[in-house]
Design a protein around this ligand. Structure first.
Ligand SMILES: [Zn+2]
Length: 213
């Protein structure tokens, strides 16, 4: 018997995410500012988005984010235009790494699962961009949830490093969610320490939730 697969978001037919749901995310990206770093996000961190990210990260539903690759590519192109980057820049996407413990538990790195189909989509549409899995944690850090803004920064200070030189590269950071921005700011610091120029970041969602301090 043929069983149609259902949309992960609304349960209508269409897999993994139906056209109707995808089209509800196609408006202009959100502009996100965290300290001196500017970024662009596809969606606000609503209950639906939070649930989708949980399905993706904690239940390994990586196909959900492959269906968003065209929309995430649009977020990137919007950022490129906003940042006034010329065609001669050596552009690379750098996924923000997960903590070692989380990667071992999940068996994959969420930001890489978002970035890889974006690069494929961008290349298909004629935008030359590379993918560099450069960053890693050079020491153990605590899970950021449950920490306040000051604690998050202290937890991450100097925690990441690039595996190799990024000299001469224009970097766009990729992550699933931007909350306080502490992780993205640490990733930017590590890329610049390796010689890159960090231009902006793209995330699937951003949250303006106020964290208890
Ligand atoms: Zn749907």
């Amino acid at each position: 018997m043929f069983l149609p697969t259902r949309c992960a978001l609304c349960d209508r037919s269409g897999s993994p995410v139906c056209e109707a749901c995808l089209s509800s995310y196609s408006s202009e990206p959100l502009v996100v500012q965290r300290s001196c770093l500017t970024g662009f996000a596809l969606a606000d961190y609503s209950a639906v988005v939070a649930n989708m990210i949980e399905q993706f990260k904690e239940h390994g539903q990586t196909s959900i984010f492959r269906s968003f690759s065209a929309l995430m590519s649009q977020v990137f192109l919007f950022g490129l235009k906003a940042a006034n980057l010329g065609p001669l820049e050596r552009l690379v996407l750098v996924p923000v790494p997960s903590r070692r413990e989380a990667s071992l538990k999940r068996g994959f790195q969420p930001a890489r699962e978002i970035a890889a189909p974006m690069v494929a989509e961008l290349r298909r549409s004629g935008t030359s961009v590379g993918l560099v899995n450069a960053l890693r944690y050079q020491r153990e850090v605590l899970d950021q949830s449950g920490l306040n803004i000051a604690e998050r920064s202290a937890n991450l200070a100097g925690a990441m490093q690039s595996r190799f030189s990024l000299a001469g590269l224009a970097v766009v950071l990729i992550d699933d969610v931007c909350t306080t921005g502490a992780t993205l700011l640490e990733a930017a610091r590590a890329c610049e320490a390796a010689g890159a120029s960090v231009k902006f970041f793209c995330t699937f969602a951003e949250t303006k939730r106020k964290l208890a301090t």
